[in-house]
Design a protein around this ligand. Structure first.
Ligand SMILES: *Cc1c(COP(=O)(O)O)cnc(C)c1O
Length: 376
């Protein structure tokens, strides 16, 4: 059996090598490293895929979040509601811009922000919600849109982990994660579901006014060369990364299918083990693109299992070991553990298994067998 990887980008590369080399050659031959034609082409093909009006590529997913907040012009001190259980970037950019993150606990079934606890966190200073579609599963956007309407809030979706996931509204309409709120953002970090060969990110919006502002902010606040109308940043997707992404986008649905297949396999092989809680399968398959397959170990032996997996050459991930309210950089004395019972509990219990497009049946069988043996 091949060595098991947490993420296997080498195997995936072999499949698209020929196409990529042609793309790379033309970029090297023309030295069009910045703003080459592939950037526009990728933006357009991603907009078409996501059925959204505008895609604006940028340098990484963290920049995308920051640019989104900058485009909304919030006054310092404005409260932005987000989840306590996510990668720190979401909260980091809120702090960077002098805004105030208000953290909310998560729904134990989905790991996503708890809608019921969210509404009571809204104050007069709240202007936006930043839901994160964690581990590849879309948040309950219908409910979030209603809350946004009731309280006059904006929604910025952090879709770094769920590109290609879809939300179904009660009238049956389906929309892609990241295209429902005012702005959606994503990351093309190599290990993400649509990963570049370096850093990359993008913003999505259907708002024709916001798109100009977003483009200007990502480009030093310029609407016209050397005319700086607003304060911006330098955040570009380079042409080589755009070429990789343009090529990989053609296979995204295939990649997602493979992840769904792996998730179902894990599910079938691991069900029924006491003290092991599997991630819940969503009612609608489209709602989840399985960026991670995340288990919970409920008998206090998560770290022991992790150790056991390492001993058996099985990599794993702990996303995320420390809730954001306990991170040194963001500590706020008003937020204590009892505000976040689920996040606190889950950070001690979660463990993510290898999940990527190249996992083989032999590997999932071996991983499941090893876990069963541990619990026996
Ligand atoms: C990866 C990630 C980001 C940041 O993306 P980068 O491209 O690494 O800057 C932001 N939010 C979430 C939820 C992520 O998973």
């Amino acid at each position: 059996m091949e060595k098991i990887q947490m993420v296997d980008l080498v195997g995936q590369y072999q499949e698209i090598k020929k196409e990529l080399k042609t793309e790379f050659d033309s970029i090297f031959e023309s030295a069009s490293f910045i703003n080459g034609p592939a950037v526009k082409e990728f933006e357009q093909s991603l907009a078409k895929y996501l059925q959204v009006k505008h895609v604006i590529a940028c340098a990484n997913g963290t920049d995308a979040l920051q640019i989104a907040l900058m485009a909304m012009d919030y006054k310092p001190g404005t409260e932005i509601i987000t989840t306590n259980f996510t990668f720190a970037a979401t909260v980091e950019v809120i702090h960077l811009l002098g805004l105030k993150p208000i953290l909310v606990d998560i729904d134990p079934e989905t790991f996503n922000i708890d809608i019921d606890k969210l509404e009571s966190s809204i104050t007069k200073k709240t202007r936006a919600m930043m839901p994160v579609h964690l581990f590849g599963q879309v948040c309950p956007m219908g409910e979030l849109m209603l809350i946004a309407l009731r309280h006059g809030l904006d929604i910025i979706e952090d879709n770094a982990q769920a590109i290609g996931a879809k939300y179904q509204f009660i009238n049956g309409d389906m929309k892609y994660a990241g295209t429902i709120g005012n702005i959606g953002t994503t990351s093309f970090f190599p290990a993400k579901n649509l990963g570049a060969y370096g850093d990359g990110g993008a913003l999505f919006t259907n708002d024709d006014n916001l798109v100009h502002k977003i483009r200007a902010i990502a480009n030093h606040g310029m609407s016209q060369r050397y005319y700086h109308d607003i304060i911006g940043v330098n955040s570009r997707l380079d042409t080589l990364q755009a070429a990789v992404l343009k090529t990989k986008l053609k296979y995204l649905d295939q990649y997602i299918e493979k992840r769904r297949f792996n998730a179902k396999k894990y599910h079938a092989l691991l069900k029924g083990i006491p003290h092991l809680v599997l991630p819940k399968m969503p009612k609608l398959e489209d709602a989840h693109v399985w960026h991670q397959y995340t288990l919970r170990v409920t008998n206090g032996k998560r770290d022991e299992l992790a150790h056991y997996l390492t001993k058996h050459n099985i990599p794993y991930g702990i996303y995320y070991p420390i809730p954001l309210h306990r991170q040194k950089a963001y500590i706020d004395n008003r937020s204590t553990d009892h505000h976040f019972p689920i996040t606190c509990q889950f950070s001690q219990q979660v463990l993510s298994l290898p999940m990527h497009t190249e996992v083989t049946d032999e590997q999932t069988n071996y991983i499941a067998q090893t876990i069963k043996t541990f619990f026996d």
